[in-house]
Write a protein that binds this ligand. Structure first.
Ligand code: HPA
Length: 251
């Protein structure tokens, strides 16, 4: 079975009512193993795949994720459209906790990650266009699904990909703000670029789980993050379900 759409996100994301579980496939790639088995799912007759990027037990930190294997595995099963879900910190008043945003740009501050399929090993140098890292049609599907479900969303925002796993200092967030960033997370890159290298459409649905460092008077705790994650992810699931059904109708 070939699949057109895949969701890449946090462990346990794809478990909403009405979902039917198909085969889970263990895939090997020339770049190693993906974070987990690729889970086939069906919702209202629409088939798609789910890959938990941190692994089935949520044990792989952002800088250790094998992004190349993950995207390659999806591509090898015929995936053309990737809906990524990212938990992020918010910068500025428009991106407070619980905001759901569909970013339109990226700044990449990660380092030391295997970030390309074009390593020059086959004697070829390749430079892909990445001016607009997210697919506009996919972004529009996500925003439309939010509108239909009456879930407020923010259209646009610049995603800063940081190395992690630690959170940033307040000074780093001030610098990120000066650079024009609105959202800060650790998993958006190189995922988006690898999808582009494989010619897959890619968009991200970001849930702001905390004001970024120094953006509020409170320290950032995992407890606070978990609280927002639990309520926010329910809305994210509704948006995803709507977008997945809409994508199936686009054929
Ligand atoms: N910074 C980086 N990544 C994150 C954050 C943050 O504040 N919150 C959730 N992921």
């Amino acid at each position: 079975m070939r699949h057109k759409v895949a969701v890449v996100g946090g462990t346990g994301l794809c478990d909403w009512p009405g979902l039917e579980f198909g085969k889970a496939r263990k895939i090997n790639t020339p770049y190693g193993s993906p974070s987990a088995e690729l889970q086939a799912l069906r919702y209202q007759g629409v088939e798609f795949l789910f890959l938990p990027r941190h692994g089935g037990k949520h044990s792989i930190p952002p800088h250790k994720i094998n992004y190349r294997a993950n995207l390659y595995a999806l591509h090898s099963l015929g995936v053309k459209q990737v809906l990524a879900v990212n938990a992020v910190g918010g910068i500025g008043t428009r991106y407070g906790a619980e905001v759901i945003a569909v970013p339109d740009q990226i700044n990449d501050y990660t380092w030391g990650r295997e970030h390309t399929y074009f390593d020059g090993e086959d004697g070829q140098v390749e430079h892909i266009d990445f001016s607009y890292p997210y697919s506009q049609p996919l972004r529009e599907r996500l925003l439309a699904a939010g509108l239909t479900a009456e879930i407020p969303m923010v259209d646009g925002g610049v995603y800063a990909a940081t190395q992690g796993p630690r959170l940033e200092t307040a000074a780093e967030i001030r610098r990120l703000a000066k650079d024009g960033n609105d959202l800060v997370g650790m998993t958006g890159m190189p995922e988006a670029a690898l999808a582009r290298e494989l010619a897959m459409d890619y968009a991200s649905l970001c849930l702001v789980v905390n004001p970024a460092a120094g953006e509020s008077d409170e320290l950032i705790t995992m407890d606070d993050i978990t609280l927002v994650l639990n309520t926010g992810m329910e809305k994210v699931k509704t948006i995803l379900a709507g977008a997945i059904c809409a994508l199936a109708k686009m054929d």
